[in-house]
Design a binder for this molecule. Structure first.
Ligand SMILES: *Cc1c(COP(=O)(O)O)cnc(C)c1O
Length: 234
């Protein structure tokens, strides 16, 4: 089986699992965006995905995303879900359409000041998710701690032009995915009246996206189930 067929089969299998989970959740599958995480895979794989109809690709590193986005057609929508470094923000803002990992007000202000805020090269509005850390004991983890979320959102909405489209999380390893995802859903539900733009939920990866769909995920970020194991690289 060549790489093309391999990716095609895996993509079909994931798409079918998404459809089945949506059916069980009694949700419209059209409300669930599959972001295929192409990090650590060559641009040729990203092109294969594009040719198979995938338009949402996710990257964790600025340099890799910048290189790939240059080589794929302009209607590809690029997602960034990696750790954000302040000095990379100008560059990230130049190619990424949707940032899933915003967890710092300083970074938010830098994105606000970046010239590409209102539109990326393709003319689309830039979108943001606020990443939430569901593990209060792990401050080394990315994400805004739950206890700081309300103050974070208050300042974000009142002092920047960013209007995040939802909350994002990575399910902690020591927590049942369903418990983590229903917690994020509850955090969103409790705040969406005050902040109507905050309607989305970016959650669910290869190992747990069905659970995420059952808890209302609007964006799932799936890499290895489609492209295979990333090996030693992280
Ligand atoms: C790598 C990564 C993914 C994709 O993970 P898989 O297990 O390969 O599906 C999703 N979200 C984030 C934040 C990631 O870093």
């Amino acid at each position: 089986m060549n790489r093309n067929e391999e990716i095609s089969q895996n993509l079909n299998a994931v798409s079918e699992r998404v459809m089945r989970a949506a059916e069980i959740a009694e949700r419209d599958p059209g409300d669930i965006t599959l972001v295929v995480v192409s990090k650590n895979f060559p641009v040729s794989d990203a092109q294969v995905l594009y040719d198979l109809g995938v338009r949402h690709l996710g990257e964790n590193r600025d340099q890799e995303g910048a290189l790939k986005s240059e080589q794929l057609p302009a209607d590809t929508i690029w997602h960034f879900q990696g750790e954000i470094q302040g000095r990379k923000i100008k560059s990230i803002a130049s190619w990424a359409d949707c940032i899933h990992s915003l967890d710092s007000l300083d970074h938010a202000r830098k994105f606000d000041g970046a010239e590409h805020l209102s539109s990326s090269g393709t003319g689309r509005n830039k979108e943001f998710f606020v990443q939430v850390n569901l593990e209060p004991q792990r401050v080394d983890r990315g994400g805004v701690p739950i206890a700081e979320l309300d103050e974070f959102l208050h300042i974000l909405f009142s002092e920047t032009r960013l209007a995040p489209i939802g909350l994002m999380t990575v399910a902690p390893q020591n927590m049942e995915p369903t418990k983590a995802f229903s917690k994020l859903q509850e955090l969103r539900d409790d705040r969406v009246t005050k902040y109507p733009s905050l309607a989305g939920l970016s959650m669910g990866m290869s190992g747990d996206f069905e659970a995420a769909i059952l808890c209302g995920a609007t964006h799932i970020r799936v890499g290895s189930s489609i492209l295979g194991s990333r090996g030693l690289a992280v």
